[in-house]
Design a protein around this ligand. Structure first.
Ligand code: SAH
Ligand code: SF4
Ligand code: F3S
Length: 447
């Protein structure tokens, strides 16, 4: 997102999950009335916001190295008589608070994920006296009430946060500490925001939450919300992420078979295939219960594609536990997946567990798991070749004359075709597959 000729330049860098992407867009919405327009070049920015992620050690460290670079830009700008305000937002801001300003004094303000609606005030205060450090402890409902109703929209797909926080306390994870307890936006609010998006040309919404399927902002939960959104003119595709297996209820499973707008793709992280490790992770499901759940979902929507998250090297993970993960992957068959080396996060129960796994062992396991997951992803992509499927055209392609879109299963599709098709869902014959994408051609009647 880049605005043309704004009075003040705002550079936002986003780390972490899609919820941060949504939050970054909303921060820009909050700041736009103050004359800030988004730029993709930090060098001359008046305000730099790093919207940070705390999930793994590397994510956190990246923030500090980026801050080092931004500090130099701030000094260069100051040497020329200009000013730059540096704000750290997101989950590192929540977790580390003022510590960030001790480590990097160039930072002017720190704002947690539930407080960014206060940015205008915080910036004004930071300009009056340097070193305003605020502030974390608001509830999510304060924020959503205060955010502008209008949204700046740049494409035909959009994220829409419907749920925040986590009560699950997986023993490896910082999210319950950085995002607070589970909270759902009232369905009416969500529907109103989706209407704004639809009026601006959005055809696909991805509903976001750390535990999105725990959504309880209306009586019928996420299934009911999806049914309400499906009725909005213009909203033709609905996705949601991330789900926890334990909140995947009958109603939501049934909706997958009944609501055509619900896309046949589900990100349902399992983390491990070993029951011993799952127990130590406090995941509240077993490998077996997860597989039974997948069977139920596939019975409701046979073509559903699955995606997941995996952690290798959780404390105490033996070779046999890791083999159980590989077996589970073979049994389920994933269309895509993310896999991570366990990262020891201060303050989480797992960080104090015995049996921390050596990096080299984690590397080997990750490599083997990735090889299997990549093989499955490529096989999945190949399995749709030869079919004609609806593709939502999202943007111009990389090469002239090309356009790009997504299949119902979230696969990127590259097509030769005219720009005017952007925003339309058109039938595309899928001609070829690589590990990461498909190539296709428009079927005649659309051209
Ligand atoms: N709420 C979601 C995702 C949260 S974070 C869920 O429950 O699935 C996204 C992913 O990061 C997690 O699914 C997990 O696989 C990974 N992750 C979280 N903490 C981690 C840690 N300490 N080390 C390595 N990976 C981690
Ligand atoms: Fe973290 Fe577990 Fe909550 Fe997901 S469900 S955010 S992995 S604690
Ligand atoms: Fe990272 Fe916070 Fe998302 S820790 S993964 S940005 S909820």
């Amino acid at each position: 997102m880049t605005d043309t000729a704004p009075a003040k330049r705002l550079y936002i860098k986003t780390y972490g999950c899609q919820m941060n992407v949504y939050d970054s867009e909303r921060m820009a919405d909050v700041l736009r009335p103050l004359g800030y327009g988004v730029t993709d070049d930090p060098e001359w920015a008046d305000l730099v916001v790093l919207n940070t992620c705390h999930i793994r050690e590397k994510a956190t460290e990246k923030v500090y190295s980026e801050l080092g670079q931004i500090k130099l830009m701030k000094s260069r700008k100051a040497a020329g008589g200009g000013t730059m305000t540096i704000a750290v937002a997101g989950c590192v801001a929540q977790a580390e608070g003022e510590e960030i300003m001790r480590r990097q004094p160039a930072v002017d303000l720190v704002v947690g994920p539930q407080a960014y609606h206060q940015l205008p005030e915080l910036i004004a205060r930071a300009h009056r006296s340097t070193g305003e450090r605020l502030s974390a402890d608001f509830a999510a409902d304060d924020k959503f009430d205060a955010l502008p109703r209008d949204r700046h929209v740049t494409g035909v797909t959009a994220f829409l946060t419907v749920q925040e926080g986590c009560d699950k306390f997986c023993t490896f994870c910082v999210v319950p500490y950085t995002r607070g307890g589970e909270w759902s936006r009232p369905a009416d609010d969500v529907v109103a925001e989706a209407r704004v998006l639809a009026a601006k040309g959005v055809r696909e919404v991805t509903l976001l939450g750390q535990n999105v399927n725990a959504y309880d902002g209306c009586e019928g939960g996420l299934a009911d919300l999806a049914r309400q959104l499906a009725k909005i003119d213009g909203i033709d595709r609905i996705r949601y992420t991330t789900s926890h297996p334990r909140d995947m209820d009958e109603a939501l499973i049934a909706a997958h078979g009944e609501v055509p707008e619900l896309m046949p793709f589900l990100h349902l992280p399992v983390q491990s295939g070993s029951d011993r490790i799952l127990k130590a992770m406090n995941r509240a499901h077993t490998a077996e219960s997860y597989v039974r759940l997948i069977e139920k979902i596939r019975a409701a929507r046979p073509d559903i594609a699955l995606s997941g998250d995996f952690i290798v090297g959780f404390p105490g993970e033996r070779d046999s536990d890791f083999e159980a993960t590989l077996n589970l992957v073979r049994e389920v068959g994933y269309a895509s997946a993310f896999s991570f080396k366990y990262s020891r996060r201060p303050g989480t129960p797992a960080s104090a567990m015995p049996g921390q796994v050596a990096t080299q062992v984690m590397d080997e396991r990750l490599q083997r798991l990735n090889a299997l997951l990549q093989e499955q992803q490529e096989a999945f992509n190949r399995s749709v070749v030869g079919r004609t499927e609806p593709v939502l055209i999202e943007k111009l392609g990389r090469n002239p004359g090309q356009i790009g879109g997504r299949s119902p299963w979230l696969q990127p599709v590259h097509i030769e075709g005219p720009e005017r098709l952007i925003g339309q869902i058109v039938p595309v014959r899928l001609d070829g597959a690589t590990r990461n994408s498909l190539s296709g051609s428009l079927v005649l009647e659309t051209v």
